[in-house]
Write a protein that binds this ligand. Structure first.
Ligand code: FE2
Ligand code: FE2
Length: 301
């Protein structure tokens, strides 16, 4: 057992009731695998267990699948990626949205590696039968999914000394989402939007009101100790201890809730806590957090 990994699996169930006739559908969310040298097979045992318990109709991979795009040329990481993505696609139609770690190096000398990483993700997805959604729709008989690509503007900025700094930038996501055409979202199916980081603002919610569910990853659930998260949830508390940006006590980093009484927001807390690129002391916090897979059951009210 790797001491820098969660030691238990949690399948977090969320039920969504729609006030129109739709076929019951089970969507499984997984993400923030952060494949790197500290991720062992234990994590993937959890993924296999979750799939066999849930029997999902659809799987959405919420991004940050690797800790750094450089893992896409490390043989051991590629092997894990191929095996686990195939495991998902064999179980159900599987869709992937990318997170910043999938195309930007997370080290101090941050580098945008879009031109290197995206063609590799396309090849990998093709090999594994996973559909990569880069600002595009996917249609299944009872669900329609829009996968949003949050590019580097949503997660970085350049400071005065020309350094690339990591920071969640909701205002950039607002600009992006307001330009999107969501007219394809019609009530004949479940309408779902998946993106990596929950950069949720009132403008984003307004632009996405045609969607029944908006799903995200990225936050690692705020690395809340297993068990405590459920107590918080009972009181409608979605805050955590430490955010993906290493700020303390972030709000809205885990669970599911309705925004504006209409759109359901679901945030998957991911398989890892503090990733490989985080300081060692934070990596040890991973043991307090469960590896989380979310199950969203959608049905008519
Ligand atoms: Fe992540
Ligand atoms: Fe992330």
């Amino acid at each position: 057992m790797n001491l820098k990994e969660p030691t238990t699996l949690k399948i977090r169930l969320h039920q969504v009731g729609l006030s129109r006739n739709i076929k019951p559908t089970k969507v499984m969310l997984t993400g923030d695998w952060h494949i790197s040298p500290i991720i062992s097979d234990t994590q993937f045992g959890f993924l296999a267990d979750a799939i066999s318990q849930i029997h999902p109709d659809v799987i959405v991979m919420q991004g940050d699948i690797v800790d750094s795009p450089t893992e896409l040329s490390r043989e051991t990481s590629l092997k894990k990626l191929l095996r686990e993505m195939k495991l998902c696609s064999k179980a159900a139609p599987t869709f992937l949205v990318l997170g910043s770690h999938d195309f930007i190096t997370p080290t101090k000398k941050r580098e945008i590696m879009k031109e290197f990483a995206i063609p590799r993700w396309k090849i990998l997805c093709k090999k594994c039968g996973v559909k990569l959604l880069l600002d595009e729709w996917a249609e299944l008989p009872n669900i329609r999914i829009f996968g949003s690509f949050q590019d580097e503007k949503c997660s970085t900025y350049t400071n005065k000394s020309g350094e690339l700094i990591h920071k969640d930038r909701p205002s950039e996501f607002e600009k992006y989402i307001e330009k999107m055409d969501f007219s394809a979202a019609t009530p004949d199916k479940i309408n779902w939007l998946a993106a990596h980081a929950p950069l949720i603002t009132p403008k984003v919610i307004e632009a996405c009101k045609k969607f029944d569910v908006l799903s995200f990853g990225h936050t690692h659930g705020g690395i809340v100790p297993r068990g405590m998260d459920e107590i918080f949830e009972k009181f409608g508390i979605h805050s955590g201890i430490i955010s993906a940006n290493k700020t303390l006590f972030p709000r809205k980093v885990r669970g599911a809730w309705e925004e504006d009484g209409e759109t359901m927001i679901v945030i998957n807390a991911g398989m890892t806590g503090a990733q490989f690129c985080a300081p060692e002391i934070f990596q040890k916090l991973n043991r307090i957090k469960a590896a989380e897979v979310s199950l969203v059951e959608i049905d008519s009210k």
